[in-house]
Design a protein around this ligand. Structure first.
Ligand SMILES: [Fe+2]
Length: 304
């Protein structure tokens, strides 16, 4: 077990015990080693192949590696790091292993925002008509209909179900506008998954899946890793990636212009009914005493 008192300047206590994405396995095409960052700490990630299996090793440049209890695993096309004892195992993503499902890694986006803002924006349907106009929403269909939110205690996840939204172009292969059913799943504070129930065309998987995995470079700078698992047998890989890239590049400037950049967990922003999921997410973070990427009313925001 890591004794944080010895390392007041190192990884935030909120990040300890979490499975955190640090790279996509795609980054290892034609190279064995990459350099990246977690909470301001530079790390080297090295890949060996032993008996056909990829094995990853992490080395932090400025931390005492002998004192760190690190676990690394590859899953869902990404490399995950846990510092200290895991709070719970890495979440399950069953659709990833279904034969015939299209696995579409969509790259990583550097965004100047809080990791929590990144997740919260992903959970928000109300911005579809205004930010993703003509794709995920369009005026005058701007109302977020009531939906259900629950904390699933056995897996410690937040789920929102029965979310319906009328969308002009719900998926790359959508032939016409449709009412799309969403299920949102917050699998851990920095990992969220969205299921689009009725865009899965072929019935190979029950829903198309869009995943957002946040790599916290700092409290106000993230790499947002995107993965889709689609039941789409016709679109080209390029078209599927471009669809998601287009959506995310619409989100990026919105995220970078939030004031404050960090997420207030208390009463600074007044929630509406449409924000029931975001409100549950914030309350959940409060129960965890989560402090990373959180705006405190009294502080001047430091942008790193
Ligand atoms: Fe968005």
């Amino acid at each position: 077990m890591l004794n944080t008192q010895h390392y007041p300047q190192m990884i935030s206590p909120s990040l300890m015990g979490e499975w955190i994405v640090i790279a996509s396995e795609q980054e290892f095409v034609q190279r064995q080693q990459i350099k990246t960052c977690l909470d301001g700490q530079t790390l080297t990630l090295h890949r060996d192949t032993i008996n056909g299996v990829h094995v990853y090793q992490v080395n932090f440049e400025s931390l005492d590696m002998k004192e760190l209890n690190l676990s690394v695993q590859a899953a869902y096309g990404f490399v995950w790091l846990c510092i200290g004892s895991e709070k719970k195992p890495l979440f399950q993503l069953q659709e990833y292993d279904v034969e015939g499902a299209r696995r579409v890694p969509c790259g990583a986006y550097g965004v100047r925002t809080s990791p929590l803002r990144g997740i919260e924006n992903f959970l928000d349907m109300a911005h579809f008509p205004y930010v993703h106009t003509g794709i995920l929403g369009a005026e005058p269909e701007t109302t977020v209909k009531p939906y259900k939110v629950e904390w699933r205690e056995d897996v410690d996840e937040i789920w929102a179900t029965e979310c319906f939204f009328t969308q002009p172009l719900a998926a790359p292969s959508s032939p016409q506008p449709q009412e799309t059913e969403y299920v949102y799943r917050v699998a851990s504070p920095l990992n969220a998954i969205l299921y689009k129930v009725n865009t899965a065309a072929e019935g190979i998987i029950p829903a198309d899946v869009v995943c957002l995995f946040i790599q916290p470079l700092s409290e106000t700078h993230i790499r947002a890793h995107l993965l889709m698992i689609l039941d789409d047998q016709t679109s080209s890989m390029t078209d599927m990636v471009l669809f998601q890239q287009k959506i995310f590049t619409q989100d990026k400037p919105i995220l970078e212009n939030h004031v404050p950049l960090k997420l207030p967990l208390e009463k600074l922003e007044i929630p509406t009914k449409a924000d029931a999921l975001a409100t549950a997410y914030r309350k959940w973070l409060i129960t965890k005493n989560w402090c990373y990427g959180v705006h405190k009313n009294t502080q001047e925001e430091q942008v790193v």
